[in-house]
Design a protein around this ligand. Structure first.
Ligand SMILES: C[S@@+](CC[C@H](N)C(=O)[O-])C[C@H]1O[C@@H](n2cnc3c(N)ncnc32)[C@H](O)[C@@H]1O
Length: 462
């Protein structure tokens, strides 16, 4: 196939879309929660309280800033922890009376004794006349001081993986927990809420996405059970009930890519529109939009989002099966649009099935071929592929549905890697005239015709 193939830096893309909890090092086990929390299924934050000894150096207040700067490399580095503290008095309380000195907490990985300072640090201390003496400071750590990764690693069974990654959709964190994590699901949900400002609801998928409407069934693990998310994607605001419609935060780059192809006055036909991430930005760009979705909930939120973004005058919505939409409202509008000169874009994002839906275009404008209809639609059709050569696979499947050859007339874009060995692709092509007027087309597929030579016929279907 002489189709062009484009891809992007998938690693970067995936990283930027998935919110992961912090993986950074917990050096020396200093910031490890107490071992007694292992196996906890109901979150008891107080069980994380503990005291650890860390090295500290006593610094006069009047040179504090300069000295801290000079000792930066060996100071305790931990977001959320104060490293300059007041001295403890005899009774163990912070000695508020002492304003002459402060303690700088040091990193126990670098400083184990007063001989551990490097020559730069030793020189600086000498210059400030600070004795190179290390003392031990009893640092109190609480639940607040641990990162979610550290908490979950300490609680969940050892050696089984503690992925606490989630996708974020507005205020909702969306997880896909594995079997061994399920007994801890409520605790995991609560930790995610505690450690991620703005997240007030954590849900776990309880099915795969193979339902017709591509939405997940989900269980609320923690927080409010409000599933109506407000999301901003590429500067556009959307609202929808995340439990009843399809929304994938990893498609924002693809939505933007397609929208960037559009010009004011173009027409966009969105066959599987969802809640509008192609349709709404297209309308905002000045395109006329025909948007359709079979899921009544998606249809409702699509209309809502059109109003929310003040583009309801630019969008005509339908709640039909994709084929009925193409053969009904689209067919009705197509002749007039094809007489014009403004581009017509057809977007078909239902990757599990859209390539098969292309058959709806066969003979769409039959029986009368009209030469004045010269402005042919540009189709962007999505498909998953598990084949070794995914671009070839999706083109062949598009050709099989359209019963035409797309050689030299299509481009294929790698959208994203969905799972190991599963890619999401987008095939773009100008809808051949011969497809719209099937009765005047030479069928590529000869299997319906009488077969003059059996052998030849079999060859042609390989
Ligand atoms: C993968 S989602 C894409 C939604 C949106 N275009 C986006 O990019 O996020 C596919 C959409 O197709 C809808 N759908 C599923 N089967 C359909 C059908 N036979 N006809 C029309 N829409 C269908 C689903 O409800 C879902 O909203």
């Amino acid at each position: 196939h002489s189709c062009t193939f484009t891809s992007q830096n998938l690693n970067h893309f995936m990283r930027s879309q998935k919110v992961m909890t912090d993986q950074s090092q917990t050096d020396l086990g200093l910031f490890k929660p107490p071992s007694t929390v292992r196996g906890m299924t109901e979150l008891d934050r107080s069980a994380f309280n503990q005291t650890v000894s860390v090295p500290a150096i006593r610094l006069p207040t009047n040179i504090l800033n300069k000295a801290v700067k000079s000792l930066k490399k060996v100071a305790l580095q931990r977001p959320g922890l104060k490293r300059v503290v007041e001295e403890h008095s005899e009774d163990g309380n912070a000695d508020c009376g002492n304003i002459e000195h402060r303690l700088l907490l040091l990193d126990p990985n670098s400083i184990t004794s007063s001989d551990s300072f490097g020559s730069d640090e030793a020189e600086a201390l000498k210059a400030y006349s600070v004795p190179q003496e290390i003392q031990s400071y009893e640092l109190k750590l609480t639940y607040e001081n641990f990162k979610s990764e550290e908490i979950l690693r300490a609680v969940l069974p050892e050696g089984q993986g503690v992925t606490s990654g989630f996708s974020r959709v507005g205020h909702i964190a969306h997880m896909n927990l594995r079997e061994h994590q399920l007994p801890y699901r409520k605790l995991i949900g609560q930790v995610i809420i505690d450690k991620n400002p703005g997240i007030t609801c954590v849900v776990n998928k309880t099915n795969t996405i193979d339902s017709t409407y591509r939405n997940f069934q989900m269980e609320v693990l923690a927080g409010e059970s409000n599933m109506v998310a407000k999301v901003r994607e590429n500067g556009v605001l959307y609202e929808f009930d995340f439990s009843r419609v399809y929304w994938n935060p990893r498609l924002s780059t693809e939505h933007e890519r397609i929208v960037s192809l559009l010009h004011r006055g173009d027409t966009v036909v969105d066959v599987f529109a969802g809640v509008g991430p192609f349709a709404i930005p297209a309308a905002r760009r000045g395109c006329a939009v025909l948007a359709n979705d079979l899921n009544p909930e998606s249809f409702r939120w699509l209309q809502h989002n059109a109003k929310l973004n003040k583009v309801d005058q630019k969008i005509t919505t339908s709640n039909l099966d994709g084929r009925d939409f193409i053969r009904g409202p689209v067919r009705e509008r197509l002749p007039a649009l094809m007489k014009g000169s403004q581009k017509i874009h057809v977007v078909m994002n239902l990757p599990a099935l859209a390539l098969e839906f292309l058959d709806a275009f066969k003979g769409l404008l039959d029986p009368e071929p009209d030469q004045s209809l010269s402005n042919l639609p540009q189709v962007h059709c999505y498909g998953f592929s598990k084949e070794n050569d995914p671009q070839r696979d999706v083109v062949e499947r598009a050709e099989a549905s359209l019963k035409t050859n797309l050689q030299g007339q299509c481009s294929v874009h790698l959208v994203r890697n969905v799972a190991p060995n599963k890619e999401m692709m987008c095939v773009s092509f100008t809808l051949p005239r011969g497809v719209l007027y099937k009765t005047h087309t030479q069928d590529r597929d000869t299997s319906e015709e009488p077969c003059p030579k059996k052998q030849k016929c079999e060859d042609s279907t390989n």
